[in-house]
Design a protein around this ligand. Structure first.
Ligand code: PHE
Length: 414
């Protein structure tokens, strides 16, 4: 999750906004997709991604619709307070905080696992909890230094991600085995769809950036809609290539093995590395995975850092920032060291909480604001109330899938 808000150019370009959205969207969630999608395999995974992308794109537009009734700079707290009232304001704030914290933990878990995998390539082996600590400390230091430091570093990382992704994936795409992809062995597939939906939702989360885009561009719905469309579409394209590359090279049976080993990022990348014979491209793939999770970590924790500083009233002095850093990073880092392999569980819970603030609340707010601001309509998402209902149902369905999967009541591939 990149955060480029502070570097607003004199004339905000569409590309800048689209990159902000794509940078936020593409993150650790992506590494859960092939593992959680292994049960339903490629065809159903593509269908799920298309459906989830559509609903998450629409919920972003519904959020934008409400946001445009307020002054640029107004964010979730103001929007929920003015449209839905105190109950939703508190629930929404709690669900955002929860998502930011648990994603930070997921990134530390995934980051530790991928740092460990990278070090193994250099013949260094560390306990994974130590690798998680190193990953968290180095990046926390960047956030502690300044927002500007985060901004510069994520920009460089985004460039590195694009180059390394296309080099590594290009090679994997050439080597795919279409029969693996399209004609896997006999067995049931469709029933595994449900448990995977929450991971699709988490992978398409970016909604914290919608208020930032309104602040960045001002009240320009046309440009903002295009930025959200292009940004999420880039993410969709990257995910589809990623599924082709992983499922076209790793068989469904091998995925059982990956799942048995916890399904963390390092295990998945390790399995892919085995099928790549070129060591440079192998390095590119590992580099991409490191950059993807590191840039997401910086974006998410910067948001959490600013939010907690404001909540606790810590100032911007050196000691104030140190205190904020402590509350931001200590709990997830400790968890990351105690439970280094909770990556997939954490992404699932992030999805559950995200159904509230990234899906259901945006839909309800748009519905309310259409009544409240009936005399100055402004931008309206097409589709009327039925579209709002579809988005709410999607949120409820995803939450139900997560809860049922947790209770062991949905088929899970293993
Ligand atoms: N889409 C992000 C996670 C995320 C979820 C919700 C909001 C923001 C970010 C990822 O894949 O890592």
């Amino acid at each position: 999750m990149a955060n480029h808000m502070n570097a607003a150019p004199a004339k905000a370009s569409l590309l800048g906004g689209a990159m902000i959205i794509a940078g936020t969207t593409v993150g650790a969630g992506m590494f859960s997709l092939p593992v959680e999608g292994a049960g339903m395999w490629f065809g159903y995974s593509v269908l799920m991604l298309l459906g989830v992308w559509f609903c998450m794109f629409m919920s972003g537009l519904l959020l934008l619709e409400t946001n445009l009734h307020f002054e640029p700079g107004a964010s979730f707290d103001t929007l929920t307070k003015e449209t839905l009232g105190q109950f939703w304001r508190v629930l929404n704030g709690a669900s955002i905080t929860f998502v930011l914290y648990i994603l930070t933990y997921a990134y530390i878990s995934g980051g530790g696992s991928i740092v460990n995998h990278s070090l193994q390539g250099m013949d260094i082996s560390l306990p994974q909890s130590f690798a998680a600590l190193v990953f968290a400390l180095v990046l926390a230091l960047v956030v502690l230094i300044s927002t500007k430091a985060v901004d510069r570093i994520t920009t460089i990382m985004l460039g590195g991600m694009i180059i390394s992704f296309f080099l590594a994936i290009g090679n994997l795409l050439i080597g795919i085995d279409t029969s693996k992809l399209l004609l896997p062995e006999e067995g049931s597939y469709g029933s595994y769809l449900w448990a995977a939906i929450p991971f699709g939702l988490a992978s398409f989360g970016y909604h914290g950036n919608v208020p930032s885009l309104v602040k960045y561009y001002g009240k320009q719905p046309g440009t903002i809609i295009k930025a959200i469309f292009v940004g999420t579409f880039i993410a969709l394209a990257i995910y589809l290539c990623w599924l082709v590359a992983t499922m076209g090279n790793i068989s469904r049976a091998e995925f059982s093995n990956i799942i048995a080993q916890g399904g963390n990022m390092g295990v998945l990348v390790g399995a892919l590395s085995k099928v790549m014979d070129n060591s440079l491209l192998n390095t590119m793939l590992t580099l991409f995975a490191n950059l993807a999770v590191a840039s997401s970590f910086l974006g998410v924790t910067l948001g959490l850092f600013d939010y907690l500083a404001d909540l606790f009233g810590f100032d911007d002095s050196r000691s104030g920032r140190a205190k904020t850093a402590l509350v931001t990073f200590l709990p997830p880092t400790l968890l990351g060291m105690l439970f280094p392999d909770g990556f997939l569980v954490a992404i699932g819970f992030a999805a559950l909480a995200a159904t509230v603030w990234a899906v259901i609340v945006p839909a309800l707010m748009a519905w309310r604001s259409r009544q409240q601001f009936a005399d100055h309509p402004g931008f309206r998402v097409p589709g009327g109330t039925p579209l709002i209902a579809i988005v709410v149902l999607f949120g409820l369905l995803t939450a139900a899938c997560h809860l049922l999967a947790m209770a062991g009541m949905l088929p899970k591939y293993s």
